[in-house]
Design a protein around this ligand. Structure first.
Ligand SMILES: C[S@@+](CC[C@H](N)C(=O)[O-])C[C@H]1O[C@@H](n2cnc3c(N)ncnc32)[C@H](O)[C@@H]1O
Length: 491
């Protein structure tokens, strides 16, 4: 990777297309004579996508009001503010803003733009507008000292795996004047992530949300793997509701009007009237999680070592597993949750045995003695197995994660996490295992498994799952175990 590419990636440099800049400035009413006395801040201006449009709109409004060049120049110097951390972008943006102003006959502007880390700025309430597209960088990709500083300084960033754009929200909001407005385009991850509950509660409790534009799976930024939304947050509002717009093509349409207060302590699950009605109907019934264990399938962290697509039986006791002789008794059939229909007879090494009520790893000495081929096979992969980021206390030859090892030995449903036009579910016997998908086993209820399978195949469940699922490319959604657990069953 070239140095300039690395800087761009480390600083989250992805620039906003003009149509989105215009949409955001129009949505906050940035036009007409009023803007001439409004101070606007772009806290990470990059190559100046927002600043160029802001300066253009400012000059055109000033001209309409009959302002001369000197007055317009002073107006811009007072009202148009910005910060950018990257020195190269800082210089080139000033040069292009100079060229833009000169094309309107205004020269020699002393720009109120700073080349610094915005997150070190003081919290002064001096702006009527904060607008932009802050960097998106997950906290665990930042250097430790930056991460620690963000956790210490920003109350919205105290918990979990959050992102630098959340700190930009907190600081930007703290810089707004009494009735100021903030408009950011950001990833939509803050809507549902548990670690962002403090931020969501702050928005709801202070009635800040005035408009929300949801782009769903529509990709605004080419080559960037994020799903975006625009949040318009305003202080001192009289209305207690906000408009929710959905845009699956870049052109947003108002789909519902929602109340901010309804979301305190909850995830931001915004939708149209029909979707929200369906959700409350489903949630008023008994959750499936009361009668079923719903968990992710086995996670070895080295499927290439533990799972084979082609097992050849050599005789009653042995077979060829990934081309190597292996004891058949240690292998179990397994289905891949995302490939249920490919018909491949996969087998997994299951290095556990039942002691009392629990499945525990076969002791190494026993494995060496009773399963010498297995032992030698695993030993040949020992170095790489030790490199896994495994759960605490896991032995080198065990699966990396302990999920489902105890519960998988019942008749079960295997559910594909990826949902498009249909939820893929299959029922398998107690001996068959599953990975890369969700497994559902019954706790004690008498409801037959195939009734639950039918329920998960209904149109209602599909709509529910698609509504709550996470956006993916090509309008696919990913569903989680908790979405399935919280589904209310009839009867
Ligand atoms: C997603 S880009 C958006 C740029 C511009 N706002 C736009 O919409 O086109 C984010 C910008 O934030 C800058 N940046 C990253 N960290 C920053 C920080 N701590 N303070 C100020 N700018 C920062 C990056 O250099 C990059 O130009």
């Amino acid at each position: 990777m070239e140095i300039s590419d690395r800087i761009a990636k480390n600083l989250g440099q992805v620039f906003t297309p003009p149509a989105i800049v215009n949409l955001m400035l129009d949505s906050i009413g940035y036009s007409g004579p009023d803007i001439l006395c409004k101070r606007v801040l772009e806290p990470s201006f990059g190559d100046g996508a927002f600043l160029e449009e802001i300066v253009k709109r400012y000059i055109l409004s000033a001209q309409k009001e009959g302002w001369n060049e000197e007055r317009t120049k002073r107006g811009i110097e007072n009202c148009v503010c910005g910060v950018e951390i990257d020195d190269r972008l800082f210089q080139t943006t000033i040069a292009s803003l100079d060229r833009l102003a000169i094309s309107f006959g205004i020269g020699g502007i002393s720009w109120k733009l700073e080349n610094k880390d915005f997150l070190l700025s003081e919290r002064k309430k001096e702006y009527q507008i904060v607008v932009g597209n802050p960097p998106y960088i997950r906290l665990h990709h930042l250097r430790k000292e930056t991460r620690d500083r963000l956790r210490a300084r920003f109350k919205f960033c105290k918990r979990g795996t959050t992102d630098i754009y959340i700190a930009f929200f907190e600081l930007g909001l703290s810089m707004l004047s009494k009735d100021g407005v903030l408009a950011y385009i950001t990833p939509n991850t803050f809507m549902k992530n548990t670690s962002n509950q403090t931020f969501r509660d702050y928005i709801s409790a202070n009635n800040l949300m005035s408009m929300f534009i949801d782009f769903g799976s529509y990709r605004i930024f080419e080559n960037v793997n994020t799903y975006n939304c625009i949040s318009i947050l305003q202080r001192d509002r009289t209305s207690n509701s906000f408009s929710y717009h959905r845009s699956l093509s870049g052109k947003p349409k108002c789909t519902n009007v929602l109340r901010c207060q309804d979301y305190i302590g909850r995830k931001f699950i915004f939708g149209d009237k029909e979707e929200l009605r369906l959700l409350s109907k489903v949630q008023s019934r008994k959750p499936l999680g009361l009668i079923a264990n719903v968990q992710y399938g086995l996670c070895t962290q080295r499927d290439d070592v533990y799972i084979s697509h082609s097992v050849e039986d050599t005789d009653r006791d042995y077979c060829l597993f990934n081309g190597q002789k292996m004891e058949r008794a240690i292998l179990r059939p397994i289905v891949k949750g995302s490939r249920m229909k490919d018909g491949k007879k996969r087998r997994i090494i299951f290095p556990y045995r039942k002691v009392g009520n629990r499945w525990t790893a076969i002791p190494e000495s026993k494995m060496r003695r009773d399963y010498p081929y297995l032992y030698n096979y695993l030993l040949s992969h020992k170095d790489s197995l030790l490199k896994r980021d495994a759960d605490k206390g896991v032995l080198w030859y065990e699966f990396g994660r302990s999920q489902s090892i105890q519960t998988i030995h019942k008749k079960k449903l295997i559910i594909d996490q990826i949902v498009n036009g249909k939820v893929n579910v299959c029922q398998v016997d107690s001996d068959t295992m599953a990975y890369s998908g969700i497994i559902l086993t019954l706790k004690w209820d008498k409801t037959p498994l195939h009734d639950i399978k039918e329920m998960l195949g209904t149109d209602e469940f599909l709509k529910y799952a698609r509504f709550l699922g996470k956006d993916m490319q090509n309008d696919y959604k990913t569903i989680t175990t908790s979405i399935i657990r919280q589904y209310g069953i009839r009867g």
